[in-house]
Design a binder for this molecule. Structure first.
Ligand SMILES: *Cc1c(COP(=O)(O)O)cnc(C)c1O
Length: 376
């Protein structure tokens, strides 16, 4: 069955070339990387090869890369791990109101432990205010965590400026870059980033594998207790096929990044231009200037989002309302709420995220289907 897949912010299809690299690490080179014989050493070698690739992309050292089970674990480890290890220095953390639940829920748990969290608001374009950030800093602030790019509205935050402020006050700066990796060039030194989360399935790699970068100078407590894997910082037998997949996928993504971005931005803009022509009172959420190239988030006036989604699904079109995490719930997305979306547009938001496998014909079909559904 043919699916028209426009939900690349939720997940992406594993690239066939990535899968090919991964396969031998399940049933041919299957040794435990902690074993001392050759079969184990081959696994270990594959892990370190991937670690080097991730480090190269970020401009980091391999010893600063930790493999995790995905974006959620990386976010949890960064937030809780850095908070716990730095508890003696203070109990204040600054984040934003539009973070992914992996950050927001971790922050809530830390609040229960006695940490104080500042949730910075965003303007109606989804961008934090740097002055507000600087004003929120106190002598007990031990961590700033602001996402690189938002998963719902694609907004890119002023990361370099945030990094500069964090450095000025000597506060570690973590960024959830799960949506940004593969779409934006990120050098951790250039951006002043001290910790960064990524997840392979957002850039055509496998699900269930991610990485966390933590700068050498930043202390963090480990999240998983057990064996000595990942230099004692993340216990558990390594997901070697997954790690190979992540390394291959990140390499591939950055090898083709310019052509990739140009293509998906073209298709995104083509979609927005044509859909706006069809529905002139449609609202585009977020800002068009600092935005992920494949992200479109739109709201139709007085259209019931759940019904629209169902009708699109009947046409085998995969798009999302708000974000995958809030899909199915009738609760208004916390991101759209934070940008102050007006009532008559609430519950009617559609997130269309273009990926490298989409074609112009598919976008035409999406536009045609929206016209057919909404004008009937
Ligand atoms: C998808 C996503 C996550 C969670 O990553 P998983 O690998 O699915 O756990 C975290 N943050 C953002 C911004 C995301 O888009």
């Amino acid at each position: 069955m043919k699916f028209y897949y426009f939900d690349n912010a939720a997940t992406t299809r594993l690239d066939n070339d990535v899968l090919k690299e991964m396969l031998p690490y399940s049933n041919v080179i299957y040794g435990n990387a902690s074993s001392s014989y050759k079969l184990g050493k081959n696994s270990k070698h594959a892990i370190e090869h991937s670690r080097q690739k991730v480090a190269n992309i970020l401009g980091a050292k391999p010893s600063e890369i930790y493999f995790t089970s995905g974006g959620t674990e990386s976010d949890n480890t960064a937030l809780k791990g850095i908070a716990h290890a730095n508890r003696i220095r203070g109990n204040h953390i600054i984040t934003s109101s539009i973070e992914h639940p992996a950050i927001l829920e971790s922050a809530k748990e830390l609040e229960k432990e006695g940490f104080r969290i500042t949730y910075l608001p965003v303007n109606n374009l989804g961008v934090i205010n740097l002055e507000q950030l600087e004003n929120a800093i106190t002598s007990s602030t031990i961590l700033i965590s602001i996402m690189f790019a938002n998963n719902e509205i694609g907004t890119i935050q002023p990361i370099k400026e945030i990094g500069r402020i964090a450095k000025k006050y000597d506060i570690p700066f973590h960024t959830d870059a799960v949506q940004a990796i593969g779409n934006l060039r990120i050098n951790v030194d250039e951006f002043g980033i001290d910790a960064l989360s990524m997840s392979a399935h957002k850039f055509y790699g496998p699900k269930g594998i991610g990485a966390l970068y933590v700068r050498k100078t930043v202390d963090f407590d480990r999240f998983m207790s057990g064996g000595h894997q990942e230099r004692n910082m993340r216990a558990g037998t390594e997901n070697i096929a997954g790690i190979v997949g992540l390394g291959t996928a990140i390499d591939l993504a950055y090898k083709n990044i310019d052509a990739h971005n140009k293509k998906i931005k073209y298709l995104r803009d083509y979609f927005l231009t044509n859909i706006t022509r069809e529905f002139p009172d449609l609202k585009i959420n977020g800002n068009m200037e600092y935005r992920l190239p494949g992200n479109a988030n739109i709201s139709f006036r007085n259209v019931q989002g759940s019904k629209l989604l169902k009708a699109l699904d009947d046409a085998s079109i995969c798009v999302s309302a708000g974000s995958a995490c809030s899909a199915g719930l009738t609760k208004l997305s916390h991101v759209l709420e934070a940008i102050g979306m007006p009532e008559e547009y609430s519950h009617n938001s559609l997130r269309v995220t273009i990926g490298k496998n989409n074609t112009k014909e598919e976008v035409d079909f999406l536009i045609y289907s929206l016209r057919r559904i909404l004008k009937s």
